[in-house]
Design a protein around this ligand. Structure first.
Ligand code: C5P
Length: 219
């Protein structure tokens, strides 16, 4: 059977980097489930629909023409023919994603699409509910956490490295707002699976996180 490794946790804890490294080391496929919710939020806005209109959002979720393509500089996300890789990475896109992700009907509509990513030899799945809802039987579950302050600091450094200005308090407030929405929604709230290894990366660099996860997987 194909092996599933789930990596859940709040935004900015380093899930993306850990997932990429694990998938590469194991030669597994990778699922960035957050990108699906981000593309959905983007598609809803582009169609001129309202994020608060659950019926429209769920229709859009069912029809979503989304694909991931491997290119020389990494994985690109396509909506129809449009490359939305950069457009879905803004703070606003993250916030819109967490609004559409709060609807139970929308999450249900996207379940099969996520499960279809599972192929031999295995999958590393990055998200909020990979170990709790989408792949409850995953062989390995990791919950990667970090304090909101550390995640805000990392985000600011990342923005500054791209030549953008970043205000720590604003970034921290946005992170907390999204955390609250993800933790308090009615279905698939952000929380560790009972059988997940919790790694707090607040005082760790990516090498240490990767080593901790790799040792756990091999054990
Ligand atoms: O991980 P990322 O920041 O790309 O996720 C964007 C948003 O999508 C999250 O804040 C969350 O609300 C939602 N999401 C989710 N379930 C997942 C992945 C992401 O609800 N499995």
């Amino acid at each position: 059977d194909a092996i599933v490794i789930t990596v859940d946790g709040p935004g900015g804890a380093g899930k993306g980097e850990l997932t990429r490294r694990l998938a590469e080391a194991l030669d597994f496929d990778l699922l960035d489930s957050g990108a699906i919710y981000r593309v959905l939020g983007y598609a809803v806005r582009k169609a001129g629909l309202a994020l608060f209109d659950e019926e429209s959002v769920v229709q859009e979720a069912k029809l979503l023409n989304l694909s991931f393509e491997c290119m020389d500089d990494g994985v690109h996300v396509l909506l129809g023919g449009e490359d939305v890789s950069l457009a879905i990475r803004t703070e606003e896109a993250g916030n819109n994603a967490s609004k559409v992700a709060a609807y139970p009907s929308v999450r249900q509509a996207l379940l099969d699409r996520q499960r279809q990513f599972l192929k031999e030899p295995g999958l590393v799945a990055d998200g909020r509910d990979m170990g709790t809802v989408v792949f409850p039987k995953a062989q390995v579950k990791i919950f990667l956490d970090a304090s909101a302050e550390v995640r805000a600091k990392r985000r600011c450094l990342q923005l500054e490295s791209k030549g953008k200005t970043a205000d720590f308090d604003t970034v921290l407030a946005e992170i907390k707002e999204r955390d609250d929405r993800d933790r308090n929604r009615p279905v698939a709230p952000l929380k560790p699976a009972d059988d997940a290894l919790i790694i707090d990366s607040s005082d760790m660099n990516i090498e240490e996180v990767f080593r901790t996860a790799a040792e756990y997987i091999m054990s």
